[in-house]
Design a protein around this ligand. Sequence first.
Ligand SMILES: *Cc1c(COP(=O)(O)O)cnc(C)c1O
Length: 296
Amino acid sequence: MIDLQIYSPVEQIKDPLFSEKEVQVFVKRDDMIHPFISGNKWRKLKYILPEAERLNKKHLVTFGGAYSNHLLATACAAAKFGFKSTGIVRGEEIENEQLLLCKLFGMELRFTDRSSYRDKPALFQLYYGDDPETFFIDEGGAGDLAIRGCSELADELTETYDHIFCAAGTGTTAAGIISGITKKKMLSRVHVVPVLKDSGFLKAEIEKHLTSTESFDFHTEYHFGGYAKTTEELLSFIMKFSRLTGILIDPVYTGKMFLAIFDLIAKDHFPPGAKILAVHTGGLTGMLGMLYRFKF
Ligand SMILES: *Cc1c(COP(=O)(O)O)cnc(C)c1O
């Protein structure tokens, strides 16, 4: 039985900037869901794992980059719920904290050159095509089951917010949150902060999963050089934020989202009285190898 009870409270954070601009900022603590099956990765797996179980699959095979939070979430979830797991990793063989944690949970890693990595179903077919017990999970857990899992975040909200922010890589989480908000007829405006450079395509990608009446704000100027790239400004913001709130955020995803929120507040993007909710999508282990970049 796959039991997926979670704890993800909402808490308010304070900063002199918020008082000055008369706005309130809250955090949906999805990072507290689980230390390794963290944040949106837990929500994405919520319906995927029971589906694997229903189909009598014993072995989860999934895909990710060398710092993928999804690989680690799958490795830990596989161990917890009794599956074998394999991670197909993009690029040449390397070792880092995130991948070592995957191995600690028993995941087998297969490194794959970038061009064959592009066709995931073909790779799966090549390695596991004749193994009926093996279950394909797309990179990042992307797919309709993942969107459904992410949409449930809206059901957990007991108060209303004018604005809801989330970071986006593939945009699956954002699509889920937007559909959840719409389904509940909440009037919150969803703001998506892509963490990649040239993320124009992502807006259409998210829209594919929505009805034509759903809309959202898309803030493309907070990528800080691109996926997993950082700047001094971003790192010092993260340090300031951690000291202010006691909540850790990372340079790849949530650091960029929170910096966007602070920046937009400073630029009077929201009227006085606005209530803003930031979704902390977790994924803090990805930062382990980056800790040496901070300048103390
Ligand atoms: C994977 C991840 C995201 C991006 O989620 P998508 O659904 O791919 O947009 C955001 N935040 C964290 C912490 C993540 O690990």
